[in-house]
Design a protein around this ligand. Structure first.
Ligand code: NAP
Length: 271
């Protein structure tokens, strides 16, 4: 299926690992000119090289997009300004960066609440504020916030995180109201628990020293912490990547202001 993404310029924040990297890979596979972002130059360079290498081996017939780098902490205004100078316009903005950490409510101080709000909401909002008017001017654009099932079904495991993910949904809906009758869309994707480096670190913290063999961590986590999941396994990043590439494509023009689930049935309600 050709997603008509050839030479669309796509900035994917936090794309050296996990879901962001998978989205960057799938967009590049479809011929988009992907901009990889992360906080460390060497890691970003390695990711750019890895994506280029992987695609030439696996799908040489694809018109692989140009892969560029935007290094720096997306939570830093000066870094964002540099990115705007380097890439004044993009066709696709994937606001993927997001921090998460299980925390007890009474252990979350105000500084922590603010930090989660800054990274998970305001940083992506600042990118949208720059790129959305330019997308409207060129009459094409896609902004996708990567939220979480925690946005609509807070587990209580990390209230400081869930709050920000609910905000992503509201923000995306508000921004979609500014795109009326254009070819610009703003949407949110809500992955369920996905086996990324960040989640692997979380599993290590939960199970190291528990006596349970590592091969059983995933099943135990799903059984005891995600009992509602229909698939009873962690989602793989590439599953989210493929879906995001479709939502980012011109073919997905009728998704607008939507909150889209890729959660393996974790959210038990119909809506
Ligand atoms: N994994 C899940 O189960 C899950 C489920 C639902 C939603 N999500 C959401 O999906 C998104 C990605 O999660 P993930 O699990 O893939 O994360 P991850 O494995 O921890 O990867 C995070 C990525 O973001 C980069 N990064 C982190 N902070 C950054 C910053 N301030 N500026 C620039 N880059 C930054 C990291 O690169 P460097 O360290 O190299 O800078 C890395 O590439 C998040 O918004 C998360 O809330 C995840």
């Amino acid at each position: 299926m050709d997603l008509h993404l050839n030479h669309k310029r796509a900035l994917v924040t936090g794309s050296t690992k996990g879901i962001g990297k998978a989205i960057a890979l799938e967009l590049a596979r479809e011929g988009a000119d992907v901009i990889v972002n992360g906080r460390k130059q060497d890691v970003v360079n390695a990711t750019v090289a890895e994506i280029a290498g992987q695609l030439s081996q696996t799908k040489p017939q694809t018109a692989v997009g140009d892969i560029q780098a935007a290094v720096g902490d997306i939570n830093d205004e000066a870094v964002r300004e540099q990115i705007f100078t380097q890439f004044p316009t993009v066709d696709i903005l994937i606001n993927n960066v997001g921090i998460f950490e299980p925390m007890a409510y009474d252990a979350i101080d105000d500084a922590t609440w603010r930090h989660f709000f800054d990274v998970n909401v305001l940083a992506g909002n600042a990118l949208a504020r720059h790129y959305l008017p330019r997308m409207l001017a060129q009459d094409f654009g896609r902004i996708i916030f990567i939220a979480s099932e925690e946005a609509i079904m807070p587990s209580g495991e990390m209230p400081q995180y869930s709050m920000t993910k609910t905000m992503n949904l509201s923000l995306a809906k508000s921004l979609s109201k500014l795109t009326v009758a254009s070819h610009v869309t703003v949407n949110t994707i809500m992955p369920g628990s996905t086996l990324t480096e960040g989640v692997q670190t979380m599993l290590n913290r939960m199970y190291a020293g528990s006596g349970l063999p590592e091969s059983e961590w995933e099943a135990d986590f799903m059984r005891n912490h995600r009992p509602n999941s229909q698939i009873q396994r962690l989602i793989r990043p590439e599953e989210v990547g493929r879906f995001a590439a479709f939502v980012a494509s011109p073919d997905a023009s009728s998704f607008s202001g939507e909150a889209l689930r890729v959660d393996g049935g974790l959210v038990p309600t119909i809506f």
